[in-house]
Design a protein around this ligand. Structure first.
Ligand code: NDP
Length: 447
């Protein structure tokens, strides 16, 4: 598939990590991009940089026992993959979802290395989580789970070592319980050890909005390189969690109309544009299902329980739910409907087949590691505010986020052009993200 020595490295990585399809998918995409610069950097191969980069620095798997409301002992499995600390402390979210396993955490951690590098901020890559499902659990059960999870994880964390945040199933409530337990166990108010905190106890303005806002800003930037913008565009968004809600809000601010939202039970179409207050009330406050949105919208929205949100004709698509949620058939439908741009709010939501179809059709495609980097960038800004015991205004924080997103977009465009693949954001993001990490690893010697 690749020329040697890339092929030898690829085979070793596949052999050493069997049964982890999402991890293989993420690695393959990065290798395909790096094949473009193979030959320009013999020093990377000489020092086995890629082989070292594919092997996490540390992988933790631990038992998480806790007691449910009925008094029964439950057992979950916790993970933290401390992937690469060449540029700074390990940084990346925690995911609580029944599908979580080591391969998923490794794919997310691997992506995170390049994403964090692209932000230009001093953060390494990591990811973690558990196969715990917070849905349908009481606050007390979630608290006891989080306390047990942190009782083990805390010994591996630290503001200069490893700094988790939220992801699927981990929002402000979970971060509160996790931080409370960390504080109790360590007897330290180490605010910079977790990000996504509440605003009254070390959190930062715009962190909550940052991933979704950033994805919409990235889509707008991609359209601008083609003489267009989000203004006046119909936008399909999948998911209805943290990323989806704030992507919709920024789309609206930029003049677009977000017309869909979804969860694992189906999707809603609201031709007038989503009522974001209602969506927030149902999803953030009541933790309800997406069908309730259509029920409470007084006939203006419809709920669809089968198929996919990508069936709805739109100009722009923002997948903001989960990995591999947009496949080749979905991409074909979007292209037939004339989609102009796709920016990934989620991590790896498009299958390789879908990405190829977008490229063939000339659709502007922003991969997650660039388009959703706003969340981790705002987390790094939260760490910066914690370190300086400061709190920035919303306006200043949003301005920083916008600068970072437009900077990442420009880096992708420039790097893609430099390596002879103009307009290819996947290659631009992977090559630019990789080079910084690789050069730092070279500087440190064999460690
Ligand atoms: P949330 O838990 O807040 O929301 C996830 C949403 O996606 C929910 O609506 C959920 O529906 C839906 N969803 C999850 N799995 C599926 C599925 N298999 N099929 C259909 N819908 C599904 O998570 P976030 O919004 O934080 O994360 C969404 C994505 O963005 C993830 O890929 C995450 O890794 C990525 N991301 C998040 C960042 C952040 O700052 N939060 C930063 C960068 C990337 P349901 O409730 O029914 O499961």
């Amino acid at each position: 598939m690749f020329d040697s020595p890339l092929q030898d490295t690829y085979e070793q990585v596949m052999r050493r990590n069997p049964g982890e399809p999402e991890f293989h998918q993420a690695v393959q995409e990065v290798f395909e991009s790096l094949a473009v610069i193979q030959g320009r950097h013999p020093e990377y191969a000489e020092h086995s940089i890629l082989l070292r980069l594919c092997e996490p620095e540390r992988q933790l798997i631990f038992r998480v026992p806790w007691v449910d409301d009925a008094g029964k002992v439950q057992v979950n499995r916790g993970f933290r993959v401390e992937y690469n600390s060449a540029l700074g402390p390990y940084k990346g979210g925690l995911r609580f979802h029944p599908s979580v396993n080591l391969g998923i955490v490794k794919f997310l951690g691997f992506e995170q290395i390049f994403k964090n590098s692209l932000t230009g901020l001093p953060i390494g890559g990591g990811k973690g989580g558990a196969d715990f499902d917070p849905r349908g659990r009481s606050d007390g059960e979630v608290m006891r789970f989080c306390q047990s999870f942190m009782t083990e994880l805390h010994r591996h964390l630290g503001e200069y070592t490893d700094v988790p945040a939220g992801d699927i199933g981990v929002g402000a409530r979970e971060i509160g319980y996790l931080f409370g337990q960390y504080k109790r166990l360590t007897n330290r108010y180490e605010a910079g050890v977790l990000t996504g905190k509440g605003l009254d106890w070390g959190g930062a303005l715009v962190r909550k909005e940052a991933t979704g806002y950033g994805a919409a800003i990235f889509a707008d930037e991609m359209l601008r390189t083609r003489g267009a913008s989000l203004d006046g565009r119909r936008v399909a968004i999948s998911g209805s969690g943290n990323v989806a809600i704030y992507a919709a809000e920024k789309v609206r601010q930029l003049g677009g109309t977000p017309v869909t939202a979804s969860d694992s039970s189906g999707y809603v179409v609201d031709e007038d544009g989503l009522d974001l207050d209602l969506l927030r009330q149902i999803k953030e406050v009541e933790r309800g299902r997406i069908g309730e949105y259509a029920e409470r919208r007084g006939g203006r929205a419809r709920f669809v329980g089968t198929g996919s949100v990508w069936e709805v004709p739109v100009d722009v698509a923002l997948p903001c739910a989960t990995q591999n949620e947009l496949d080749g058939a979905d991409a074909k439908t979007l292209v037939e409907h004339g989609v102009l741009a796709v920016a990934e709010g989620a991590n790896m939501p498009s299958t390789p087949e879908a990405v190829d179809l977008f490229a063939e059709a000339g659709v502007a495609f922003g991969p997650g590691k660039a388009a959703n980097a706003g969340g981790v960038a705002a987390s790094a800004l939260e760490m910066q505010q914690n370190a300086s015991r400061d709190a920035w205004t919303f306006e200043h924080s949003e301005e920083r986020l916008t600068q970072i997103m437009t900077g990442i977009h420009a880096t992708c465009v420039e790097t893609a052009a430099e390596v002879g693949r103009p307009g290819d954001y996947v290659v631009g993001a992977n090559v630019a993200g990789f080079r910084k990490v690789a050069d730092a690893m070279l500087a440190f010697g064999v460690i």
